[in-house]
Design a protein around this ligand. Sequence first.
Ligand code: NAP
Length: 259
Amino acid sequence: MFKDNVVIVTGASSGIGVQLAYQLADQGAWLALAARRLDRLEAVAEECRRRGAKAIAIQTDVTDEAQCKHLIERTRDAYGRIDTLLINAGHGKPQRFDAMHDLADLKAEIALNYLGAVQCVFYALPYLKQTRGRIVGVGSFGGLVGIPGTSGYNSSKHAMRGFLNTLRAELLGTGVTVTILFLGAIRTERLIEAMGNNVDKIPTMSPERCAQIVIDAAAKRKRQVVMTLPGKLLVWLYQFAPGLVDRQLARLPGRVYKE
Ligand SMILES: NC(=O)c1ccc[n+]([C@@H]2O[C@H](COP(=O)([O-])OP(=O)(O)OC[C@H]3O[C@@H](n4cnc5c(N)ncnc54)[C@H](OP(=O)(O)O)[C@@H]3O)[C@@H](O)[C@H]2O)c1
């Protein structure tokens, strides 16, 4: 499906982004890989080329608008067009809102997970309209449900969802489609680092499987995917019995986050 498709993957230096890059490379995509750590990005790009794909590494901090513009223009210059923007760069630092000493972490989460996405879309959209391309956002259950202990991350993912849903409606008739994935816990190095031994107390999915689901949804131009049956149940219950879900989720931080 993605053979010769020009795909920008943000956050391609670790975790899910690496698996997205490898699986797209296996399909023969032309990849532009973005993140801040250039050495790691170069290694991922090298592996993608070894798998037969075209791949370039473009050092980008997506919180910096000028760097987002550079990412998009450098990709267009290298490949002549842009077919898919896969917004995957993201991060969250678990902490209760009433335990924050200041708002620096919350603002950083908004800058990365929400504005980082907006800035990449802003500069890519004119090119995506030319190719009737795809915008794919990697979201989280935290973009659908209020999960205690992650107010900055959750609000940034809610904002990203609102932005992409609005964009989808605005883009009707242009041929550009917008897909959002809502992920549960994915067993990346970062998750293990954040949760310590508690990671074994919750169901997790491998980054490989997660990347397969993202790529399949993108290929089919699906509107949205809530991953896993328990995830779908959680979202459904949140609509009809939100108080019950709140009480269950309220127990979560102490059980799953590293103190
Ligand atoms: N793992 C989970 O359980 C889980 C659950 C739900 C949703 N998600 C979402 O899945 C996506 C990938 O997460 P992951 O678990 O694979 O985490 P990860 O391993 O920490 O990867 C995050 C990626 O984002 C990049 N990144 C961070 N800050 C950036 C910045 N300012 N500019 C550009 N790139 C930046 C990182 O690269 P550099 O540090 O090199 O910049 C890295 O490549 C995120 O959007 C996350 O919110 C993950």
